[in-house]
Design a binder for this molecule. Structure first.
Ligand code: 3HC
Length: 702
């Protein structure tokens, strides 16, 4: 079936696009539209309607064509043809008109949309800028400020708001085709005027050159903070400045030059990789297509602490009621108060109404009786991180829960197979590892036990989608994908401290690299007691080399547990939580170094960066060779969505390819010589790929 069809409906020519799933502007679509518009110039039509079949209007350029040899017509060329049409073209929008999709609509002469439609320019999320005239046309319709907001956030807006700021001409109700035909007839009756956005001037009334100069300066400052290290938002500002200060065609030239620059940047390649990685991570290798999904209508959560409460919020936020179990009424009340506090915060930020917040909390029923979980479709255990306690909880669940219920553990480390064995139904047991704060963090690590059924895995993937999480599948090992890798990263942070760095040296290096926070600041946020208590349950062998935790233990023993006690690796202002350097910490570090017989020396920023990131990467390779992760891009998803790794570097495994595996392998070997083989053994897969001269991406695609 052709992706573009053209048909006369009375006096109106209707161009229909049909390129599922999202009508991305592939080459076939672009040439089909060009042919249809060309054909329409000489037929009996008086106006044209451009609309899409399926679930959405055009959702943008076809990202899978990026980086491949260009095929004509390019999108900018096609849009010249559209805009130059001698018959008015009306874009009729439903679903999401995004990126090149919205730009296509802006090159039409009129735009109408259903109330449910959304429009946006999300290119910035791909490290790009709108490259088909969007940066020049949008400010001509909306003014500079709204254009800056739309393009630098990349967030879509609803049809009503699009109408409000002048991006579309009309919101239409009912059947889109009939409404668009009516609109086209109105346009014809009023003389079929060709309203070309390029002919408009950017609105400068009541504003001065100084106003705009200040506006652009303010935006640049804000963007530098909000998108630390990223280039595309700044290039967008440049384009909008060009729209304000130069004629349309000159502005287009600036846009083209900067678009090509962004397209050729490693940041954009990384973000494009993340786009597909995020979508790929929900696909489970070897899962039969006809795998049945379980219906999840009622969810039980055990434990009303920070984690359990956050998990509960995810479900009620999407209309799934929750039964929250705690050991006592007091504990239950504490849990409910915590949830209420969280909702109050969301309300105070204006992100939720008081009514909705109350409605959601009303969907949480508290209990102290396991029998109240009997009818649950899914139960998630979020109790203390201790294997024996978890096993006891699962044995109880096995007794009370209905057959077929999914029994999930929110464990971050424990062996899901052992937990499953404490029930008579290991096929129904799975790990659902949320990240704190669970109502905010996007990642959901789904841990498949040896006996977990396909049905339970597939349903867990569907649950992730329904509660708007990004899932990544892991097999069982200590710490799964994320925390297992993190141990090696944290180990190097501790060793660098002992051998010569300060917390602020290490955190600055990692933050400049793009991590949301440095590892020591994270330690203070999470609490130094967490690691200490986790180590308490381990044998000396499991704890590993004492040099990797002696500083943390010393701080713990001084009662410096991190932000919650006002001091940890840093000290914290009790009111603002602003952190500052505490000279006592250096004394602690130096004392520990002396005790361990380590002579402290200056460690360069480059070495700090390589030790921390290569430790992550090397372990990532081991996770792949053992089959713990399905694919490298799933590891990238885990790190970008769960650990604050900069998405514009593509996650640790994509980053490894950009550095070059050979460089990483040789550095890891050098580190083994310098810092000891007990810490550094190159992964067999890393060595193998270097010998074969392959990249990790090539390996994953083979
Ligand atoms: N190009 C290629 N494939 C795309 C695509 C695009 N622009 N947008 C979505 N897809 C694919 C996805 O990879 C996915 O494929 P899969 O089924 O094989 O995994 C499929 O379409 C469905 O996508 P989602 O799973 O994301 O579906 P949702 O319904 O959850 O979301 C959406 C739909 C809101 C349209 C979302 O897909 C989206 O945000 N897409 C990207 C939009 C975008 O970034 N557009 C700008 C592109 S850059 C551009 O236009 C440059 C221009 O300025 C020159």
């Amino acid at each position: 079936m052709s992706v573009v069809s053209y048909q006369l409906e009375g006096d109106i020519g209707v161009i229909r696009l049909n390129n599922p799933p999202v009508n991305a502007l592939s080459h076939a679509l672009r040439s089909g539209i060009q042919d249809a518009v060309t054909q329409a110039q000489d037929d009996a039509s008086l106006a044209l309607v451009l609309m899409c079949e399926g679930r959405t209007f055009i959702a943008g350029a076809d990202i899978s064509e990026f980086g491949k040899p260009p095929m004509l017509p390019s999108l900018p060329e096609l849009l010249i043809v559209l805009e130059a049409s001698k018959k008015p073209i009306i874009a009729a929008i439903h679903g999401t008109a995004l990126g090149g999709g919205l730009e296509t609509a802006l090159a039409c002469h009129y735009r109408c949309a259903l109330p449910s439609a959304q429009v946006g320019l999300p290119e910035v999320k791909l490290g790009l800028l709108p490259g088909a005239g969007g940066t020049q046309r949008v400010p001509r319709l909306t003014g500079v400020k709204a254009a800056l907001d739309l393009m630098t956030t990349g967030a879509p807006i609803a049809a009503a708001q699009a109408l409000n700021i002048g991006l579309i001409d009309k919101v239409v109700e009912g059947d889109l085709l009939s409404a668009a035909l009516d609109f086209a007839n109105e346009v014809i009756e009023q003389g079929a005027e060709l309203k070309r956005v390029r002919d408009l001037e950017v609105d400068k009334t009541a504003t001065s050159a100084e106003y705009f100069a200040e506006l652009f300066t303010d935006y640049r400052k804000t963007l530098s903070k909000r998108f630390r290290g990223q280039e595309a938002p700044h290039r967008i500002v440049e384009c909008i400045e060009a729209a304000l200060n130069t004629p349309f065609d000159e502005g287009l030239k600036v846009e083209r030059r900067l678009f090509v620059e962004c397209m050729q940047s490693p940041q954009s390649w990384a973000l494009q990789h993340m786009f597909f990685a995020q979508r790929m991570s929900s696909k489970v290798k070897g899962l039969p297509k006809d795998t049945q999904l379980k219906d999840i209508k009622r969810v039980g959560i055990i434990g009303g602490g920070l984690m359990g409460g956050g998990i509960a919020m995810n479900f009620v936020n999407v209309g799934i009621s929750v039964t929250l179990l705690e050991i006592s009424q007091e504990a239950l009340q504490r849990g409910k108060d915590l949830i209420a506090k969280n909702y109050a915060m969301t309300v105070s930020k204006g992100k939720l109404t008081v009514e909705l917040a109350t409605q959601r909390q009303d969907m949480i029923t508290g209990t102290t009786d396991y029998h109240d979980l009997a009818d649950m479709d899914l139960v998630i255990e979020a109790v203390f991180e201790n294997l024996d306690i978890k096993k006891q909880v699962f044995a109880k669940l096995d007794n009370v829960c209905k057959q077929g219920a999914i029994l999930a553990s929110n464990t971050s480390y424990q062996d899901v197979n052992l937990i499953a064995q404490s029930t008579s139904r290991p096929q129904d047991v799975i790990g659902l590892h949320f990240f704190s704060p669970a109502n905010v963090m996007k990642l959901l690590e789904i841990v498949r036990g040896d006996e977990t059924s396909n049905e339970v895995v597939a349903t867990s993937m569907a649950i992730a989608k329904s509660i708007k999480k990004v899932p990544a599948l892991s097999r069982v090992c200590y710490g799964f994908i994320g925390n297992r890798m993190l141990r090696h990263y944290a180990r190097e942070a501790q060793l660098c401290l002992l051998e010569g760095s300060t917390p602020q040296d290490i955190d600055a290096v990692m933050q400049n690299f793009g991590m949301a926070m440095g590892p020591l600041a994270v330690g203070d946020l999470a609490g130094i007691d967490i690691g200490y208590k986790a180590r308490e349950g381990l044998t000396d062998e499991q704890k590993g080399d004492v040099r990797t935790y002696c500083i943390a233990d010393a701080l713990y023993e001084m009662g410096r547990l991190g932000q919650k006690t006002g001091a940890g690796y840093y000290q914290y202002d009790p009111d603002t939580r602003q952190r500052s350097v505490d000279p006592v910490v250096l004394e602690v570090i130096e004392a520990q170094a002396k005790k361990m017989g380590v002579e402290r020396k200056v460690i360069s920023d480059k070495t700090i960066l390589e030790r921390l990131t290569f430790a992550l990467i090397n372990e990532g390779f081991k996770i792949l060779e053992e089959g713990i992760a399905q694919r490298p891009s799933d590891i990238d998803v885990v790190y970008a969505f769960g650990y604050g790794f900069p998405a514009y570097r593509g996650g640790p495994m994509f980053y490894a390819d950009t550095i070059g595996l050979e460089k990483i392998y040789h550095t890891v070997c050098e580190f083994a010589d310098t810092y000891g083989e007990e810490f550094w053994q190159p992964a067999a897969l890393l060595k193998q790929l270097v010998e074969e001269g392959k990249t990790l991406t090539q390996w994953a695609n083979s």
